[in-house]
Each structure stands twice: as C-alpha cells, then as structure tokens.
Design a protein around this ligand. Structure first.
Ligand code: AP5
Ligand code: MG
Length: 215
C-alpha cells in the first residue's frame, strides 16, 4: 500500500504517518526528516538544503525528487510506504506518478489532514522532537513523561529551528501557494480522503485507519 499524507505544516502528518507505519508495518518516509538528518550530520546535501529550510521555503524539486526516488527504491519499500511531506508541488507528484507507472504501480491513497491556519501556529510553538528517533511531542497536548526526554528512546527533545512564528507563517503561505493544489490533483485521480485534523491524535488516527481498512 502506498499512502501519501497531505496537510499544512503542523497538521499532524508526521504524527499520523508514524502511527500508520507502526500499525501496518510500512516504512515511514519523510523528506523533512531526511533533510534534517543530513543537516545534523553536516553532509553535502545538508549544506544544500539548509538555507531553504531555515527560510521556510521549499527545497528545489530536482533535488527533492532525487532523494525521494532513491529512498523508495530501497528494499524495505517493496511492499509500500507512507510518504510524509512529499509530494509538495504538482511537478513532484507528476514525477512520482510517472515513476510508479513505469513499474505498473500507482499511489493508493492521499490522506489530507485538515487543520485551519489559526490552530497551526499554536501547535508549532509547542512541538518538541527527539534528536535521535524523531518521535514528536507537544508540550501541552502530547507531553513526554519526563520533560525534555524522549519516552521511546531516552534521548534529548529539541525545538525545530523552523518552528519560530515568522518561519511558520512563511511555511503556511508556501503551503497554500504550492502544496494545496495537490488536493485538487488527487481529487481528480479519485484517491483523496480528508480527515479532520483538529481532533485529538487518536481520533484522527481512528478516522485514518477506517479509510485504510476500507480500501
Ligand atoms: P517537513 O518536515 O515536512 O515540515 P512540514 O510539512 O512543515 O510539516 P511538519 O513536520 O512541521 O508538521 P507535521 O504535519 O508533520 O506535524 P507533526 O505531526 O509534527 O518539512 C520541513 C522543510 O523541509 C520544508 O519547509 C522544506 O524546506 C523542506 N521539505 C521537506 N519536504 C519537501 C519537499 N517534498 N519539497 C521541498 N521541500 C521539502 O505535528 C505538529 C505538532 O502538533 C506536534 O507538536 C504534535 O505533537 C502536535 N500534534 C499532532 N497531532 C495533534 C493533534 N491531533 N492534536 C494536538 N496536537 C497534535
Ligand atoms: Mg513532519
């Protein structure tokens, strides 16, 4: 099963993608996580993407597509995957469709996690992420058992550099201009499903599993 998670920055794509990956034993592929891991390790790719990410802009399609196609060609993706944060532009979606078509394959579901802009800035300012395993928390809604420490692996929790309110605003406008048109794109393909992302995370997950199980 190949699932795409759509939604504004902070809608909960990553939170839900991890839960889907666990329940259905699918790899969770997040272009944002891949870029952040490279930034942290100071790789050549990390240097290339830093300025874009810091400004809340998109990394150029050419670079992003190359990284994504390389990742999904790995063995663990043979039976499907959950894409989180990709595609983010129409050209990215078109390349993915073309590549899958060559293999006689296609995306099964695009799940849009809908959250109004007003809720987003509040969510982002409270987000904390594990430096080691990538687990995500929220200081109010989903707090770790011990402040600043990951429940899953015990490593340190940090705030992302691009979660500053000005950068969040920029990411939101980039989302509306460049990514939201994908809702129409996948609606036309007949595979778009929408869930209300303002509910608590278990309710959102319940809505998503109902969609996947019906598929
Ligand atoms: P990326 O890492 O993908 O960031 P994003 O899309 O801005 O999304 P986020 O990770 O911020 O939000 P999320 O929807 O995953 O929410 P989360 O689950 O964490 O991309 C970062 C950057 O990389 C981009 O700006 C761009 O520069 C670059 N990039 C990446 N992919 C690219 C691509 N394809 N093309 C070009 N550039 C690309 O949840 C947010 C918070 O809310 C958390 O604190 C969480 O605990 C909390 N929360 C989650 N669910 C709920 C709930 N139901 N109720 C209450 N709180 C909740
Ligand atoms: Mg994310």
């Amino acid at each position: 099963m190949k699932i795409i998670m759509l939604g504004a920055p902070g809608a909960g794509k990553g939170t839900q993608a991890k839960m889907i990956a666990d329940k259905y034993a699918l790899p969770h592929v997040s272009t944002g996580d891949i870029f952040r891991a490279n930034l942290k390790e100071g790789t050549e790719l990390g240097m290339k993407v830093k300025a874009y990410m810091d400004q809340g802009a998109l990394v150029p399609d050419e670079l992003t597509v190359e990284i994504l196609l390389d990742r999904v060609s790995k063995d663990d993706c043979k039976n499907g995957y959950v894409l989180d944060g990709f595609p983010r532009t129409i050209p990215q979606a078109e390349v993915l469709d073309k590549e899958l078509e060559k293999l006689g394959d296609a995306v099964d579901l695009a799940i849009d996690v809908e959250v109004p802009d007003e809720n987003i800035v509040r969510r982002m300012s409270g987000r904390r992420a594990c430096v080691k395993c990538g687990a995500t928390y929220h200081v109010e809604h989903i707090p770790p058992k011990q402040e600043g420490i990951c429940d899953r692996c015990g490593a340190e929790l940090i705030q992302r550099d691009d979660d500053k309110p000005e950068t969040v605003q920029k990411r939101l406008s980039v989302y509306h201009e460049q990514t939201a048109p994908l809702i129409d794109y996948y609606t036309k393909k007949g595979i778009l499903k929408t869930v209300d992302g303002t509910q608590d995370m278990d309710a959102v997950f319940g809505a998503i599993t109902a969609i996947i199980d019906r598929h």
